[in-house]
Design a protein around this ligand. Sequence first.
Ligand SMILES: [Zn+2]
Length: 313
Amino acid sequence: MKTTYALFDAFVSAPTLLLRGCAVTGHPVTDAAMGRLSGSAEMERLLDQPGPVTLETVVSADWSVSLAGMVNLKRPAAIAAGLQDREEPIQVYVHVLKHPKYGNFLVDTGISRKLVDDPTGSGVGWLVRAVMHTNKLRIRKSTVEILQELNGPLAGVFFTHLHLDHIAGTPDVPAGTPLYISWPEATAERSFKYIFTRRSTNNLLAGKPLREWRFRPDPQGKFDGVLDVFGDGSVFAISVPGHTPGSVAYAVRTPHGPVLLSGDTSHTRWGWEHGVEPGTYTDDNDRNLENLQRLKALADRHPNMAVRLGHQP
Ligand SMILES: [Zn+2]
């Protein structure tokens, strides 16, 4: 099983390199037109007021992976609970975000059925098989089916980060749709080990312009940065590096109250409830833990806020 996890680790971060490859081949990353500089004080002043955005979380696939990847089993709380590595059932989500003025967006992309069903045609099927062990992957609703249910076009995709299980629906996203990432996500990974997957992962995001979130330090110091995505206080992007160098969480104001999308800053429900960050799937455990604690503190200050985790309900 060790090899399996190592494979996952090696491949799962590959898309970061792809972005640099894109830049070289004329697929530039440009500053996002959206994303006004904000801060935690402004965000938290607005957060508990009902907002205009609807948010539906769709299960794109059921899956299972190593618990040691998703929970740091070396932390005292995990040892005290007697957690051992095992196969852990998880889900792959797509969040469908509808803004009354700015249109339809996805947060992360789920899984495209064609990556699983047509490995040769997609050009990345081998990568999906190697990383995602397609025999353990049960697609419930592929990305194209989710898009077909939208009323109107897709205006963009907001990524929490670029791990394969978050971008594997991108081939179903119409060409020309802007993809929003944070700049460190595109530039930080420089390890030679990812070079072998660059060309294949390049296919996943091909044909769609990349837009960068440019965070600046939160004036109140509670986060590395906070952006007001649409400039109207309805959706905030929060910089939470650690799981990956450019991980982003999103806080969304809906008519029924705020929703926090943690991304993989916490994959699991146990990890969230016990304040233990992901394990071997995370780039920087201490930084991930610090930002998990910051998100938990935010949720504690806003008890009405629903929290939707990276891979478990
Ligand atoms: Zn991840």
